[in-house]
Design a protein around this ligand. Structure first.
Ligand code: NAP
Length: 266
């Protein structure tokens, strides 16, 4: 069976399993999440699956993620795909598989902190900076380039990005300079795109909604030994989903907090 046919069959099967959603919207919404094998990305995938969405859960090494494999076994609306956001080839190959398939919400979640000691002046390691930049803002841009029309032809048209409060220039308090500047660059890149698409002659592209979300300080092992209270990935994902839901066209290009969608300073 061709992949497009397979996906359509899957969508119809999910509709049959979720009569209320199907009656309301004709077909379930679709979300594509990067870095969905663990942490916040996994929780987003799990919760969207529970909500009845078609979930394209991507990971660098999906076969090694027992959680993701179990999720796909539990929910027939979850598809697991291999994706490395630093690889043009990997991103293009996934985009080719999904050509013509509407994706309501693309979540650029994959992110790395990078070795902290490599980010201290006097011991900068610029190879580490390249890795951080490649995953944290070049990766999301690659994804936008490859999946823009999948999102533009969907009903929700949302390109959402897991940013960070530490990417806020106004709130800077020092430390993690590679990571901070990568998230500031992510914010700038997505805000720029939110303005650029407004000049696109294609009405679907013009209507794209870009969001940058701070997911909170989350107990995923991402920021080890940070002496501050942390929230669980479950709580973060639940609140991020509510914020994604709250992104209306007038909010495109804004930087919002996971907590009730409060506007964050640049
Ligand atoms: N946790 C926090 O406190 C916090 C705070 C603010 C912002 N954030 C942001 O929230 C997002 C998720 O964070 P998290 O705490 O869930 O982190 P995490 O648990 O460390 O998970 C990071 C995810 O990114 C994936 N990833 C890394 N490099 C990748 C690549 N080249 N291609 C595809 N996927 C890649 C990882 O996959 P592998 O398993 O293959 O490495 C993993 O699935 C990140 O963007 C992070 O910057 C987190």
């Amino acid at each position: 069976m061709r992949f497009g046919t397979l996906l359509a069959t899957m969508v119809l099967a999910t509709m049959a399993a979720c009569p209320t959603l199907a009656a309301d919207t004709a077909a379930p919404y679709t979300v594509l999440i990067t870095g969905a094998n663990r942490g916040i990305g996994y929780e987003l995938a799990r919760q969207y699956a529970e909500l009845g969405w078609t979930v394209i859960a991507t990971a660098r090494k999906p076969r090694e993620s027992a959680d993701l494999q179990k999720l796909a076994k539990t929910w027939d609306n979850v598809r697991v795909e291999k994706l490395d956001v630093t690889s043009d080839r990997s991103v293009r190959s996934l985009a080719a598989r999904y050509k013509g398939v509407p994706i309501d919400v693309l979540i650029n979640n994959a992110g790395i902190l990078g070795d902290i000691t490599a980010q201290k002046y006097g011991t900068y390691d610029f190879d580490v900076y390249d890795e951080v930049a490649d995953v944290n803002f070049k990766g999301p841009l690659r994804m936008v380039e490859a999946f823009m029309d999948n999102v533009a032809t969907s009903r929700q048209k949302k390109i959402m990005n897991m940013s960070s409060a530490v990417g806020s220039i106004e709130m800077t308090f020092g430390g993690q300079v590679f990571y901070r500047s990568s998230k500031a660059a992510l914010n700038m890149a997505m805000r720029t795109l939110s303005k650029e698409v407004k000049r696109d002659p294609d009405p679907n592209r013009k209507a794209l909604i870009f969001g940058m979300i701070n997911p909170g300080i989350v107990d995923t092992g991402f920021a080890k030994n940070v002496p501050v209270p942390m929230i669980t990935a479950r709580e973060s994902a639940e609140k991020c989903i509510a914020v994604i839901e709250s992104y209306t066209p007038d909010k495109s290009g804004t930087f919002l907090d996971y907590n009730k969608g409060a506007k964050l300073p640049w």
